[in-house]
Design a protein around this ligand. Structure first.
Ligand code: NAD
Length: 551
């Protein structure tokens, strides 16, 4: 029967599919909907507003059934969360090819998307929701940790100790912010309108305490800041009201950012609407709700600019809030930068990005063994050591145990091959899946986020993610996805993902070596093409071929 029900991936080595590649896709689809992982599993929503793993329950059942019967030389095609075909391919081909939320340029806006969604023709795949490699809040924790570490290095002498960060949004992604700040020894005040979001982050130990009022939050924050003690504080309320209020009161804030679901105006609560009425109000009058949400975002962003004028370090955290505020007529919306040009681009030039893996055994011990393998493989990388050690101690697994760390060109393939050997020699109890976020060095075109302010002005050129998907298909990935609208919303991004299964076979080892070389290689060549010196040095030193540099 097709309908909402709790979903959980199988653990262990017993296969319900014809091989590990298919089994892995099935388990990761199910894992995305595990109640420990997904934000609203009954609605098939994994994270990021309405990012879904399957279009509807019937499609979910059909995908699970098809994956179970899929042969080693067959490929299932998924169109926006629905399986639409099975084709004979070959054993090097991906077992699943996914295209989610893609619309032709002139039609690529939320209004048209929602019209088509209501007709049952599409779904919003976000990035790793519709491509089945979401691993819960840990996935973003690493990136957020890296970003706050970069803020600390740039402005605060390498640590956030003695500083207060103000942010909003404690959802699937935003929930990583409090722990990322405290891991960098800082104090965070995190605003959210949903009391459940606050409780959930406290339960998972991502958030320390909840304040009763803005004054209480500030008192707790100032006390911890003065003692140079890390602390994260949840504050219930609407950011569009609380940020202007805190600014007017002269709150001593050092860093401001935001991770509400601003990319989707129907998922951002406007001032004047009660949280309990949000879903009804958005459904009843989406156009009116959008106007009100954008007006509130303009007030929210205006307060962020006010904090910047008062001397705080302020950045957009990839949710398009500046673009939405500008649509509401606020003309200083882009006064502060996005986090990628401000902190992340130098990493992208080295092919670095969010490498992640999950243990299909379900055993935490498998991940702890891979943690040790990473530490052994890269003994010279201090920040990687700090992250892996802290993650091992503090990260609460959601669903199948998983780990993430940022690795670059020449590193990911080494880690992947090592993992495959560990499956082959029985060190690990079952195969691993190795994938990444679509937010990576060479897999996304997103002018408000990953490709904002490119050196050569190529922000909106979207050939790169298409080439990325194609090269991953050609290299032997287990499933490859090509999406539109993730992160920053409809019309604003095109991006690709890949997942490759380490099942311990020699064939998997060959595929892993190619995929995990070529995938980050796209990041290097994309940034060489845009004229970044660091990328040119990396290409020269590590032997990445760029024909236009060979004449
Ligand atoms: P989510 O929908 O799970 O959570 C959003 C949270 O914002 C919810 O808890 C909601 O209650 C809260 N919220 C909504 N309106 C609010 C308001 N007016 N005031 C206070 N709180 C409000 O979304 P998510 O997965 O956490 O993603 C958040 C945003 O970050 C999205 O726009 C997403 O695209 C973006 N994002 C950024 C990155 C990045 O790399 N920086 C990565 C992924 C996602």
């Amino acid at each position: 029967m097709s309908g909402p029900r709790p979903v959980r991936a199988a653990r262990g080595t017993e296969l319900s599919a014809q091989g590990w590649q298919q089994e892995a896709a099935l388990r990761m689809l199910q894992n995305n909907l595990d109640p420990e992982v997904a934000e609203h599993p009954d609605k098939l929503v994994v994270y990021g507003g309405t990012g879904k793993a399957a279009r509807d329950w019937r499609s979910f059942d059909a995908m699970a059934r098809t994956l179970r019967g899929l042969k080693q030389d067959e490929t299932m095609l998924v169109q926006s969360g629905r399986p639409v075909g099975v084709m004979q391919t070959h054993e090097w081909a991906p077992r699943v090819l996914i295209a989610n939320s893609n619309l032709v340029g002139d039609w690529a806006n939320w209004e048209e998307f929602r019209r088509l969604e209501a007709m049952g023709l599409t779904m919003y795949g976000q990035m790793t929701a519709g491509s089945w490699i979401y691993i819960g809040t840990q996935g973003i924790l690493q990136g957020t940790y890296e970003t706050f570490a970069a803020v600390a290095a740039k402005k605060f002498g390498g640590t956030l100790a003695g500083t207060i960060t103000l942010t909003a949004g404690l959802g699937g992604m935003g929930g990583a912010q409090p722990l990322a700040v405290t891991m960098n020894d800082g104090v965070a005040i995190c605003v959210d309108v949903d009391p459940r979001a606050i409780e959930r982050r406290i339960e998972h130990r991502y958030l320390d305490v909840r304040a009763d009022s803005p004054a209480h939050a500030l008192a707790l924050a100032v006390e911890a800041r003065d003692a140079r003690r890390p602390l994260s504080i949840g504050l219930l309320g609407n950011a569009a009201e609380l940020l202007p209020q805190l600014l007017a009161e002269g709150a001593p804030i050092d860093i401001v950012t935001d991770q509400t679901s601003a990319h989707d105006p129907l998922a951002y609560l406007p001032v004047g609407v009660a949280f309990e009425d949000m879903a009804d109000a958005a459904a009843k009058d989406p156009a009116g709700f959008t106007v009100r949400a954008r007006e509130s975002m303009a007030r929210h962003v205006e307060a962020m600019v006010g904090f910047m004028d008062a001397g705080a370090e302020v950045f957009d955290y990839g949710n398009s809030i500046r673009g939405e505020a500008q649509l509401a007529g606020y003309d200083r919306a882009f006064a502060f930068p996005g986090f990628v040009p401000a902190y992340i681009r130098p990493l992208f030039c080295e092919g670095k990005g969010p490498f992640r893996w999950a243990a299909l055994s379900g055993e935490a011990s498998d991940i702890h063994k891979t943690d040790r393998a990473i530490l052994d493989l890269f003994p010279e990388n201090e920040s990687l050591h700090r992250w892996i050690t802290m993650a091992g101690e503090r990260v609460h697994f959601q669903g199948l145990p998983a780990r993430i760390c940022w690795l670059g060109y020449g590193e990911r393939d080494r880690a992947g091959e090592r993992f495959n050997e560990m499956v082959a020699d029985g060190t690990l109890q079952a195969p691993l899946v190795i994938g990444r976020d679509h937010l990576d060095c060479g897999s996304v075109a997103s002018p408000y986020r990953e490709t904002e302010a490119m050196l050569d002005g190529s922000d909106a050129i979207a050939d790169w993610p298409l080439l990325n998907a194609m090269v991953n298909v050609a290299s032997g990935a287990s499933w490859v996805s090509l999406h539109h609208g993730g992160g920053v919303g409809m019309g604003r991004s095109i991006h690709a993902g890949q997942v490759t299964v380490a099942d311990g076979t020699a064939l998997a080892g060959e595929k892993i070596r190619r995929v995990l070389t070529n995938d980050p290689g796209m990041g290097v060549i994309r940034h060489v093409d845009a004229g970044y010196d660091i990328a040119e040095t990396v290409a020269d030193e590590r032997g990445v071929r760029v024909p236009m540099r060979e004449d």
